[in-house]
Design a protein around this ligand. Structure first.
Ligand code: SF4
Length: 407
């Protein structure tokens, strides 16, 4: 896979050494067991895959290069570059301005933009409406485009099935930048609706089967369907695509469920299912798959707790947390400093969207085992920082330096 020129501050010699070693040993990415870092009283099990993905590295490379090459121009990002506060703050420090916040609220008025301004499209992509808005201001919308190719692949899949008269069901968070972009692209060619989880999929199924009257549809799916969507006629042939960072197992469950509903309602067989349900299995992103499978592999080991590092608004990171939480106490932190001491940690409760303070998070026992991973937008330097900080609670910081030299 292509390598990118990412600022060295985001890299970690320790983590790079570990990742390279694992890569050499497992070129086909078949082994999802974690890497064991045994420091005596502290044992860290590091996920097989974590950290910056292709799309994030691509976006960072383009954004920083654009800043370096255009010192005399005003540079804007449509919204957050990726969902990581460290990277976003570094760009803000270099004078980049964000036009919208992550929910799509305007921070910089469109009318203040000039034709010679640079506007960078983030890794999530953007809506066709925003592209038109930029073009109307005399700004070439796709000149500085960091949209991830794996997101574009989803748009292409939606386009392909739309052309075959299937309605597109997007499994995603309705307000997430990527889902809004996917929705916009898909809705330009075919009726499209967003479902955020299996519950909403079940609700949609009641319109497919006619259990619910079409006039209930508007209220139940407000803001989540394309203009003119008619549940009576637009749910006859469907396909499911996803926001690339959703829980892979949940997307699969939704697709399987909707497929079964279509088969039962329209009395289809395995051979004829394709008449009403499009096969879209390949829209899951490789990084989401690898990172989630690595967490599943890591969770086979017994441990005392899990730490997941990433931006609090990062969708893919929250899903890693969700997986860990099912099995053991889990702390979602955005930086090593959130571990205030061995007896106090501030961590993000993504269910209630608030940072909470937990007391003693490290159990008092002879050997503590911690599972550690991070999201696809988290710099490896932060994961190294977490390892070093944990070691400091055991007066073992020097062990990290020794490890970095080993490779
Ligand atoms: S998580 Fe996947 S789709 Fe999203 S930016 Fe990374 S590689 Fe692209």
């Amino acid at each position: 896979m292509k390598t990118f020129n990412v600022p060295v501050i985001y890299r970690s010699p320790l983590i790079s050494a570990i990742k390279n070693q694992r890569k050499q040993q497992d070129r086909m990415k078949k082994d999802f067991t974690p890497t064991e870092l045994d420091f005596g009283p502290l044992r860290i099990l590091l996920a097989r895959h974590f950290g910056f993905c292709y799309g994030v590295e691509n976006a960072i490379e383009i954004a920083f290069k654009t800043v370096d090459e255009n010192p005399d121009k005003r540079i804007f990002l449509l919204s957050e570059m990726i969902h990581n506060p460290h990277v976003n703050n570094d760009l803000l420090d270099r004078g980049v301005q964000f036009i919208m916040d992550t929910s799509g609220n305007q921070l910089v008025p469109w009318e203040s933009l000039q034709p010679d301004d640079i506007v960078i499209i983030p890794a999530f992509g953007t809506t066709l409406e925003t592209e038109q808005q930029l073009a109307s201001l005399g700004i070439e919308p796709l000149k500085y485009n960091t949209t991830c190719p794996f997101v574009e692949r989803v748009w292409n899949k939606a386009d392909q099935i739309g052309k075959k008269n299937y309605t597109v069901i997007v499994h995603g968070k309705p307000k997430h930048e990527e889902t809004r972009a996917t929705f916009s692209h898909s809705a330009s060619g075919t009726p499209t609706i967003v479902v955020k989880d299996i519950k909403e999929a079940a609700l949609l199924a009641e319109f497919i089967t006619g259990q619910r009257k079409p006039d209930e549809f508007n209220a139940l799916f407000k803001g989540q369907y394309s203009p003119g969507f008619n549940p009576a006629t637009d749910l006859q042939r469907v396909g499911v695509v996803n926001q690339t960072t959703m829980l892979a197992t949940e997307t699969q469950a939704i697709a399987d469920y909707i497929r079964q509903v279509m088969m039962t309602h329209f009395q289809l067989t395995e051979a004829t299912a394709g008449e009403r349900f499009a096969d879209t299995r390949d829209t899951l992103c490789y990084a989401t798959n690898d990172n989630q499978t690595a967490v599943t592999g890591m969770l086979q080991e017994s441990a005392d707790l899990a730490i997941v590092v990433g931006g609090y608004n990062s969708s893919n990171t929250s899903h890693l947390v969700e997986l860990c939480e099912e099995k053991l106490p889990t702390y979602f932190i955005s930086s090593p400093e959130k571990m205030l001491s061995a007896k106090a940690i501030n961590h993000w409760d993504f269910h209630h969207k608030e940072e909470i303070n937990a007391g003693s998070f490290l159990p008092e026992k002879e050997k503590v085992t911690i599972l550690l991973t991070s999201g696809a937008s988290c710099p490896d330097a932060l994961v190294e920082g977490v390892i070093r900080r944990l070691l400091s609670f055991y007066q073992l910081e020097h062990k990290a330096d020794e490890m970095a030299i080993i490779d």
